[in-house]
Design a protein around this ligand. Structure first.
Ligand code: 6PG
Length: 230
């Protein structure tokens, strides 16, 4: 994978969370110092939970932080598969964030296309910090391998139907990921080893390996996920 990415290999998932949380705390402070505010975009799935729990205990000026989401499943926020629900339980419910600073993707609406257009308008020109996970197929956010339409999109938020249930999701598009200032990829577990190997050791082909869109980011991975990355 070409690009300016960095990779830090740590012992286990707990170490991924600890290293990531420390970096995010520093990056938030840097964004606030530079621009008076910080846009922090959260990843979904399960890997980031431990990081979010550590952030809930960290010394952060939450009044200056705006929260966004890299993708959201088309389910209500209280649904067990909601990325907002996961982040709310692990972090958002425990920190003094002004309600107006949490920009939830209303993907549960009957017309998710309109929700996508509205979310597009709510996004800043570029995101200060973008957290991403990676699936076993090298997907990231809800950009799945082979989805050429999302790569060709001029929009910043798109409705997709993917192979990972729940299938219908709203996702940030590649343009938003590549424009983000500080990208951190959180990946742990042996199940991710093949995808990480393939993404790192193949030429740039983000339609096939969407995680390559983070090739300017910092990959924080555990030994199990990095086991095939020489
Ligand atoms: C989602 C996520 C997705 C996730 C990966 C890894 O909504 O599912 O945005 O991109 O980060 O699938 O998921 P795990 O962290 O659960 O392995």
């Amino acid at each position: 994978m070409s690009g300016t990415y960095r990779m830090t290999v740590v012992e286990d998932a707990a170490a991924v969370a600890s290293v990531a949380a420390d970096e995010i705390v520093d990056a938030i402070a840097e964004a606030i110092a530079a621009r008076g505010t910080c846009s922090l975009t959260l990843a979904g799935g399960s890997s980031p939970k431990a990081t979010y729990r550590l952030l809930a205990e960290a010394d952060i000026d939450w009044s200056r932080v705006h929260i966004y989401f890299g993708d959201e499943r088309c389910v209500p926020p209280e649904h067990p598969e909601s990325n907002f629900g996961m982040a709310h339980a692990a972090l958002l419910a425990h920190v003094p964030l002004p309600e107006a600073n949490v920009h939830r993707v209303e993907a549960e609406r009957k017309d998710p296309e309109t929700a996508a257009e509205e979310y597009d308008r709510a996004l800043p020109d570029s995101l200060d910090i973008l957290l991403l996970g990676m699936g076993e197929d090298a997907h990231t956010a809800s950009i799945f391998p082979g989805n050429e339409a999302v790569h060709e999109s001029s929009r910043r938020v798109e409705l997709v139907v993917g192979p990972k249930p729940p299938p219908r999701r709203l996702t940030l598009t590649p343009a938003v990921i590549t424009a983000a200032r500080h990208v951190i990829v959180l990946t742990a577990g042996a199940s991710k080893a093949d995808a990480l190997h393939d993404a790192i050791h193949n030429d740039h082909d983000p339609v096939r390996w969407p995680i390559q869109l983070a090739r300017h980011g910092h990959f924080i991975v555990d030994r199990a996920a990095a086991s095939r990355v020489a």
